[in-house]
Ligand binder design. Structure first.
Ligand code: GDP
Length: 356
């Protein structure tokens, strides 16, 4: 499954955030047989539709989609030169499908900043520079080889030309993601900065409602998505019963925990979406890439469903809620029959028909 690597300078709140994420423990309840590595956190993607579905269908259980975060230690200035943890760090990022940068904005004088001062813009530049330098090294090695190959094999020229164009972008100081470079033709080179980025700003709680500050930070990283949270408060929130957590959230002017936002934004950043199934046993969100067809979606439940796919009976979530029950939705003609070329939409409520 796809993973998001969490990176950031030392002392910015990565561990605090990661521990809070892993305590959100969706896995223990719903995936009891999953083995998890210590630096991987599997987090439920909050989806209010599931509770409503469970009500309509009398489901005993709700199973949300999940998104996996990997805690990647060791970015420091010079990481791209392979010093210290550098090599392991780069290898770990290479295996991630998206990069989540944690950036310190909180000011606590008791927490040392490795660069001596709290400056989000400088920290973002430090991290991105290391990632850009690592990609430049990869390209410098690859391009002469690709040039030779493209003289013999025409189709290697596509990769060669994409590599040269990427090198120019990196020379200008931009990540390939920020420059909107298509990752697909470059896939073979496993570059770091073609991956989608998202940013978590670790902000003092009393700044979370300061739109002026947040807008400035957001502008630093656009078009990447930005999430604002106070990691320390998040780690307190998960220890509290629901009503007290809601009170604490309200006291800092928030209506949703930052961790929930992170899970939702992370999921989207990976290019994923969900479709829904429901019955008396469970209401469940299934993960598919945006653009998946009905048989591909069926294959996520079971490969036999994809192989034997006949058709899908589909109703949009909103229409189903308006009808109030599946039977009523059917009698209104809102349940569509879709075939193998149907491209799934987010929030489709589905029943598959298949041969076994
Ligand atoms: P990491 O090195 O990036 O993993 O950072 P840690 O999560 O270990 O945090 C470093 C220190 O900063 C610890 O003492 C945390 O308690 C503290 N810290 C983390 N997040 C916050 C925050 O949001 N506000 C404040 N004031 N301190 C924080």
């Amino acid at each position: 499954s796809l993973t998001i690597g969490i990176v950031g300078l030392p002392n910015v709140g990565k561990s605090t955030l990661f521990n809070a994420l892993t305590k959100n423990d969706v896995l223990a309840a719903n995936y009891p047989f999953a083995t998890i590595e210590p630096n991987v956190g599997v987090v439920g993607v909050p989806d209010p539709r599931l509770a409503k579905l469970a009500e309509v269908f009398g489901s005993q259980k709700i199973i949300p989609a999940t998104v996996s975060f990997v805690d990647i230690a060791g970015i420091v200035r010079g990481a791209s030169e392979g010093q210290g943890l550098g090599n392991k760090f780069l290898a770990n990022i290479r295996e991630s499908d998206a990069i989540c940068q944690v950036i310190r904005v909180f000011t606590d004088p008791d927490v040392v900043h490795v660069e001596g001062k709290v400056s989000p813009a400088d920290d973002i530049e430090t991290i991105n520079t290391e990632l850009i330098l690592a990609d430049m090294q990869t390209l410098e090695k690859a391009i002469p080889r690709l040039e030779k190959e493209s003289r013999k094999e025409k189709d290697r020229k596509v990769l060669h030309d994409a590599a040269v164009a990427a090198q120019e972008v990196l020379n200008s100081g931009k990540t390939l993601f920020a420059a909107g470079v298509d990752a697909e033709p470059l896939r073979e080179l496993t570059l770091l900065t073609t991956k989608p980025f998202l940013y978590v700003f670790n902000v003092d709680a009393d700044e979370l409602a300061n739109t002026e500050v947040l807008d400035e930070l957001r502008a630093l990283v656009a078009p990447a998505e930005a999430i604002f949270l106070d990691a320390q408060t998040e780690s307190e929130l998960i220890e509290l019963p629901d009503d007290e957590a809601a009170e604490l959230l309200a006291s800092i002017g928030q209506d949703e925990p930052g961790l929930d936002q992170l899970a939702s934004v992370g999921f989207r950043t990976l290019g994923l979406q969900t479709y829904l199934t429901a019955g008396p046993k469970e209401s469940r969100a299934w993960t598919i890439p945006v653009g998946a067809t009905a048989p591909e979606a069926a294959g996520v439940i079971h490969t036999d469903f994809q192989r034997g796919f006949i058709k899908a009976e589909i109703v949009g979530f909103d229409q189903l809620m308006e009808a109030g029950s599946m039977a009523e939705a059917k009698s209104k003609g809102w349940v569509r029959i879709e075939g193998k070329d149907y491209v799934m939409a987010d929030g489709d409520v589905v029943e598959f028909r298949f041969n076994v």
